[in-house]
Write a protein that binds this ligand. Structure first.
Ligand code: SAM
Length: 274
């Protein structure tokens, strides 16, 4: 049975939709390395967002105890049914991942996420997973290379995305992907990253929404000094913010992208005490 996405879609007379980020992985070595990098324990449940024609799903099904897929494009139903007919432990949920009730789907069981993401909603997907009451233990994600670089950034190049991901887990580079391993070829380079979640968010802050309210305000105005960005984002005068920044050990003229996670924590603590 063919697993080439192009042959499968041609056989079912389906054209890939750019608007749904449909760039299918067709290189067997890349697919195998993605699954290998997840290092799946045999009893693990895997959540796959966007199974497409099932190329990755089949490999996951061969290793995982249970695979739950969420796919929005119902045109792919006959393709996936055919490709996955041998695997009774694979469930497909049809719908938009961003609208799906993850609690009802996953319960409290531990799970990993392995997915070649639709790039147009990468950040929203990551955010939904991390903010869920039962977040995944590990994620192996294919994302746009530039997004992978932003996620792994260090102080000097930080963004709201890197602070968010590094708050919840430890991201690592797995490999860079040439556009040729996809069909159709995307216009951008891609990368596979693995994120292992901390048992508890780190730094430990009692009020996570408040922590991110401050971080978001800090990044709200690009290239501005932190005191001005925070002033605009929080609606507080810059002069009132200076002593708080100084108490946190942060020079008020610095920019948000230079702060480490520990400095964001210190700033959160200084706000809490002020
Ligand atoms: N996993 C397949 C592979 O590696 O070849 C397909 C990956 S393709 C980059 C992204 C997949 O996500 C497509 O099948 C697309 O239809 C699906 N998708 C797009 N938006 C989605 C959404 N909001 N919820 C669930 N799936 C979505």
């Amino acid at each position: 049975m063919s697993t080439s996405p192009k042959q499968l879609l041609d056989a079912f007379e389906i054209a890939p939709k750019k608007s749904l980020g449909q760039n299918f992985l067709h290189d067997p070595n890349t697919l195998a390395r993605i699954v290998e990098s997840a290092n799946l324990p045999p009893d693990m449940t895997v959540l796959e967002i966007g199974p497409g024609t099932g190329a990755l799903t089949v490999l996951l099904a061969e290793q995982a105890a249970r695979v739950i897929c969420i796919e929005t494009d119902t045109r792919l139903q006959p393709v996936l049914e055919r490709q996955l007919q041998a695997f009774s432990h694979v469930e497909i949920q049809w719908g938009d991942f961003l609208k799906i009730d993850l609690g009802a789907l996953l319960g409290d069981a531990p799970y990993y996420v392995v997915a070649n993401l639709p790039y147009y909603i990468t950040s929203a997907i990551i955010r939904k997973l991390f903010e869920h009451a039962n977040p995944p233990r590990r994620l192996v994600l294919t994302v746009q290379k530039e997004v992978a670089e932003r996620i792994l950034a260090k102080p000097g190049d930080m963004s709201l995305l890197s602070v968010s991901v590094q708050f919840y887990g430890i991201p690592q580079w797995v490999m860079t992907l040439n556009p040729a391993v996809f069909w159709p070829r995307p216009d951008v380079e891609s990368a596979v990253i693995r994120i292992d979640l901390h048992p508890e968010p780190n730094p430990h802050v009692p009020d996570i929404p408040r922590f991110f309210h401050i971080v978001r305000a800090g990044f709200s105005q690009k290239r501005k000094q932190l005191k001005n960005a925070l002033a605009g984002g929080l609606g507080i005068k810059a002069t009132a913010l200076e002593p708080i920044l100084i108490q946190a050990g942060i020079e008020p003229s610095r920019r948000a992208e230079t702060l480490s996670l520990l400095e964001w924590e210190a700033l959160y603590q200084a706000f809490t005490q002020s």
